[in-house]
Design a protein around this ligand. Structure first.
Ligand code: FES
Length: 491
């Protein structure tokens, strides 16, 4: 018998994006029942999916991780105890189904006997027809040799290794893999949950478990009250699910929902990307991570013998990895922080203060429109963060990255863009060259217009110097992009 799955779950199993399944639902190719799709219809639409091919989900995840250049890779099978509990939960479910089936079978047998009894007392055409109907029905069920529902079997396997989480009231869904905490999995899936320390001390990640079971996997110092425990509250940073769960969780809806923070991070590395750009990798303490939205900026500060040097930079990494913060710092004689970095005065292990996050240059909430990113030089950094976030939440299937450089060979992370374009069918990368930022703005939009004829249907994000963003925004308006679909950041 076919099972019904949510679109997110089906997309994970088949290894396609949620957007492409939704497209098939919209075109009528995939029937949907209250937002659910059946395993039978999925098998019909994706006949090549096989059990031995059940790595589809892992495959797409791997592509995404590689495309992101993600560092954290401890997503493996759950530990034995969690695995045992998830199997036990499935066993209970199976037992329930068996009990119900046995009950219905007894009922049908009793009904059949009752028909025989009534037919014996006063035989009638209707009773004999009814008896034949029940006999045929029983014979077809008991003698059924329906083919194995591959997608349903894959779903059962998936439940053991990855628990499914539904968030209320947003309705967002994600999977918790291996021994991840619910918080970590939510961040990886691109959600913006409420949290603070990530370490069981602050209580900010507390959420109510509406259904399903959690198990504590990390020690916590934050004391939940008895009333909170009785109501099903738990700390998401220290628990993992042992079954599919539904939780009520606070999420940031906009940049205003993220509090200002001060974190003292350490320099993990400073690596030249070319002669003019330095990749600065900061790592926060485990107990004091930076909560931010993709596209936001922070102020960095280092202290030297002649005082403190501060500068504001966009974060060039994904909020899903909140301990590892990446920045693309440009050589600039007027920027003391950058000068010290290029001079080698900022060394691995040095403390760097991080204040923020700042700004509302973030993805438009709940928009599923296709996206164009337009960058000039290090304007690529906040757009990289937005691309990683858009990929994590499956925001849209179609993305275009137009990156204009004002220096020869100024596309210092071209490989990253090519990896996205190779991993995702509908990701296009347009590298462009221009003499100066204003010319880059015009050239980038001209390139985008040639590539995307229906530009007015896209959300457009522009980042670079003021001269670049002014030129690009004017050109985009002239090309028919409404201000409501246009975001820009100049720095
Ligand atoms: S984030 Fe602080 S207790 Fe969970």
């Amino acid at each position: 018998m076919a099972q019904l799955l949510t679109v997110s779950r089906a997309a994970h199993l088949i290894g396609v994006s949620r957007g492409s399944l939704q497209e098939k639902i919209g075109s009528g190719d995939l029937p949907s029942f209250d937002g659910m799709v059946s395993t039978e219809d999925l098998t019909r639409l994706f006949p090549d999916i096989r059990l031995e091919d059940s790595g589809a989900f892992e495959r797409i995840t791997k592509i995404r991780e590689e495309a992101f250049g993600k560092r954290v890779r401890e997503r493996v099978l759950p530990n034995q105890e969690i695995l045992a509990q998830r199997l036990a939960a499935q066993g209970e479910e199976l037992e329930d189904v068996r009990r119900h089936l046995a009950h219905y079978h007894d009922l049908i047998e009793a009904l059949r006997e009752r028909i025989d009894f009534m037919a014996g007392e006063s035989p009638s055409e209707q009773l004999l027809t009814l008896a034949d109907f029940v006999d045929d029905g029983l014979a077809s069920v008991l003698g059924s040799e329906d083919p194995v529902d591959t997608v349903a079997v894959m779903d059962d396997m998936m439940r053991v290794v990855a628990a499914h989480v539904t968030v209320k009231p947003s309705g967002r869904e994600f999977f918790v893999e291996g021994n991840e905490t619910v918080l970590k999995a939510a961040l990886r899936a691109g959600l913006a949950p409420s949290y603070g320390c990530g370490n069981g001390n602050c209580g900010l990640c507390k959420a109510r478990v509406v259904s399903g079971k959690l198990r504590q996997i990390h020690h916590t110092d934050y004391p939940l009250s008895t009333v909170e425990r009785d109501r099903g509250y738990a700390l998401l940073c220290s628990h993992t699910p042992v079954s599919d769960i539904v939780i009520e969780m606070l999420e940031a809806n906009s940049a205003e929902d993220i509090p200002e923070q001060h974190v003292v991070a350490k320099v993990k590395s400073a690596t030249p990307l070319d002669t003019e750009i330095m990749l600065l990798h900061l790592q926060t303490p485990r107990t004091n991570r930076l909560r931010f939205l993709a596209g936001q900026s922070v102020t960095l500060g280092v202290t030297g013998s002649s005082g403190e040097f501060r500068a504001e930079y966009p974060v060039g990494s994904c909020p899903c990895d909140d301990r590892n913060l990446l920045f693309h710092v440009r050589r600039d004689a007027g920027d003391e922080f950058a000068s010290r970095l290029f001079d080698g005065a900022v060394k691995n292990g040095d403390a760097v203060s991080v204040w923020g996050p700042w700004g509302d240059f973030v993805l438009r909430k709940d928009s599923t429109r296709p996206i164009v990113f337009v960058a000039c030089d290090t304007g690529f950094a906040p757009l990289k963060s937005l691309v990683e976030h858009a990929l994590a939440i499956d925001a849209t299937d179609t993305m275009v990255m137009a990156w204009a450089a004002t220096r020869p060979d100024g596309h210092y992370l071209a490989n990253q863009c090519r990896a996205w374009a190779e991993a995702f069918d509908r990701f296009r990368y347009l590298p462009l060259q221009a003499a100066d930022p204003a010319a880059a703005g015009v050239a980038a939009v001209r390139g985008v217009v040639a590539e995307v004829p229906n530009l007015a249907d896209f959300d457009v994000y522009v980042a670079g110097s003021a001269a670049f963003t002014d030129a690009a925004v004017n050109a985009l308006r002239a090309a028919g992009v409404a201000d409501s679909n246009l975001s820009s950041i100049a720095y």
